[in-house]
Design a binder for this molecule. Structure first.
Ligand SMILES: Nc1nc2c(c(=O)[nH]1)N[C@H]1C(S)=C(S)[C@@H](COP(=O)(O)O)O[C@H]1N2
Ligand SMILES: [Mo]
Length: 520
């Protein structure tokens, strides 16, 4: 018997993989390069807007410099002299673009393959940026933005060019490629130019800051402070100082352009420029700044030596109306704070500060002039990039955070924090240490307890003034196992800090800082 005839399957030869023509590959490589340039331009704008110098090329370059052996550095300097940095950047750019060209070619054959090249390059830049000591929280953003933009543009190119694989002579696709290339090139130039303008302005302000001559404090040495390994120092270095503000990009103000107007309920309006400010009597004072958003145990707090001019002197000169009870201070970027006049006129030395730890204010911390008021949270007092002070009444205005759910007044609350240990310790005698603060009130005692046991008195470091935080330490004979350490502070009158837990809003967190320690 015959088997029923199986239907004949015509055996087609495998479809010939289109062999890309050289012209198509060249276009693909150009597409890859243009995608990378578009990404780099976007990254430059992001870096300029964020006020970090961390463009993707700079990030990679810096990481490279950190890892360069000395002999290679010497060789580079002997080859390129003072142009060694430019040479490095050019070199990095060439290597990046070479890989981008490869990515472009791969993307036409298979988009994911090309995309992978972009992801690896951008990923390296992100890692490089984020491992810089000055990365902050946003250091990675420009490289990330660059990667995303490059991926999108690469996708456009690969879609356009895929057609040419099959129909190499398709004129429409070729024209499409040309149009896309021209568009991306023009767009990148425009965006890159924008980044340059913003970045250029920033470097002009940075240069002005670096060449400023300001009255220096007699000493930068902290008047107090014990350094326990692992705990933050008593004096917070500028680059470690927490930063909180609503500014998406750092306001850039040339000292020569800075002006302050003090007006409102005063007898005489005062207009000050930076030179006039520096000619006045300058005070230098250690003050611990705290953010109202600081959670119990949090790190939105820092201590610095501020140099500036007393607000009391300026306001007295202006002649404040007896009916006024507040100032509304306004920054260059429109942020406002409402501060009780009493805290500016009493003896706490509230100031218009122009220097932080002996250096002109860093751009992020309010360059060229900000307010510092001991004892008040930053949101009701510490206006950075200061532009205007209006003497007024609290019933006449609402400052920035008040309609947003935060209290009109913001005196700092008594609080304390454990800095070491935070999670692990070895058995035996160990040092438990931290800080306690109640600015312009003062801390008189700190106590520690283990596993809810009896409170034991810690040793306080010498008192600098009531306007700074106070370090404390306590020796613990730590037994093996899991233990809970807690701290509480007392103010100058012997009142303990509030133990009940409250979140930061509306006027500052309360509760005791507890840490779980694994001893062993
Ligand atoms: N111009 C301006 N100043 C500002 C703010 C702001 O958003 N904009 N935030 C305030 C808040 S909430 C705090 S806690 C302090 C933080 O100062 P720092 O960033 O120098 O630590 O600045 C204050 N000054
Ligand atoms: Mo804040």
């Amino acid at each position: 018997m015959n088997h029923p005839q199986a239907p004949v399957q015509p055996r087609l030869p495998a479809a010939p993989r289109p062999r890309p023509r050289r012209g198509t590959l060249v276009r693909a490589a150009i597409g890859g390069i243009l995608a990378a340039l578009a990404g780099l331009a976007a990254g430059a704008v992001a870096a300029a807007l964020l006020g970090t110098g961390q463009t993707p090329v700079v990030a990679i370059g810096s990481a490279f410099i950190d890892r360069t052996p000395p002999w290679l550095k010497d060789l580079a300097i002997s080859l390129f002299g003072t142009n060694d940095k430019l040479a490095l950047k050019t070199g990095i750019l060439i290597v990046l673009l070479a890989f981008a060209a490869l990515g472009g070619v791969l993307a036409v054959l298979r988009y994911v393959a090309g995309a992978a090249v972009v992801v690896v390059l951008a990923g390296l830049a992100v890692i490089a940026a984020q491992t810089r000591p000055d990365a902050g929280q946003t250091g990675f953003v420009p490289s990330f933005v660059a990667g995303v933009v490059a991926l999108l543009v690469l996708r456009l190119f690969s879609q356009r060019l895929a057609g040419l694989l099959h129909h190499p002579d398709d004129g429409v696709t070729r024209r499409g490629f040309l149009q896309l290339s021209a568009g991306v090139a023009l767009g990148s130039v425009a965006v890159g130019a924008l980044g340059n303008v913003i970045g250029g302005h920033r470097s002009a302000v940075t240069d002005a800051r670096e060449s400023l001559q300001i009255p220096v404090p007699p000493s930068l040495d902290p008047p107090t402070g014990v350094q326990v390994p692992g705990a933050p120092p008593w004096a917070t270095p500028n680059e470690d100082f927490y930063r909180i503000d609503t500014a998406l990009s750092v306001p850039l103000i040339m000292p020569a352009d800075w002006k302050l107007r003090i007006h409102g309920m005063v007898d005489r309006e005062i207009n000050l420029d930076f030179a006039a400010l520096l000619k006045r009597t300058v005070v230098h004072k250690w003050v611990t700044l705290t953010c109202v958003s600081n959670e119990v145990g949090g790190d939105l707090i820092g201590n610095a030596l501020w140099s500036g001019v007393l607000l009391k002197d300026l306001l007295t000169e202006a002649g404040v109306s007896p009916d006024a009870d507040a100032i509304q201070s306004t920054s260059k970027d429109g942020f406002t704070a409402g501060t009780p006049l009493s805290t500016l006129l009493d003896d706490r030395e509230s100031m218009l500060a122009f220097a932080m730890n002996g250096k002109p204010l860093p751009l992020e911390h309010g360059f060229p002039v900000r307010i510092v008021v001991p004892g008040l949270y930053g949101y009701v007092s510490a206006t950075k990039w200061l532009a205007e002070i209006e003497v007024t009444r609290f019933d006449q205005f609402e400052a920035y955070w008040t309609p947003r759910g935060w209290s009109e007044r913001g005196p700092i609350k008594l609080s304390s924090r454990i800095d070491v240990p935070r999670s692990k310790a070895s058995t035996g005698q160990i040092t438990v240490a931290g800080v306690a603060w109640d600015q312009h009130v003062g801390v008189s005692k700190v106590e520690v307890r283990v596993d809810g046991g009896t409170w034991q008195e810690a040793t306080l470091a010498a008192d600098a003034s009531i306007d700074t935080w106070r370090q404390w330490h306590w020796t613990w004979d730590a037994p093996r196992g899991h233990h809970v350490l807690q701290v509480r502070a007392f103010d100058d009158k012997g009142n303990p800090q509030i133990e009940s837990q409250a979140p930061p809003a509306p006027d500052g967190s309360t509760g005791l800082h507890s840490v779980d320690i694994k001893v062993g």
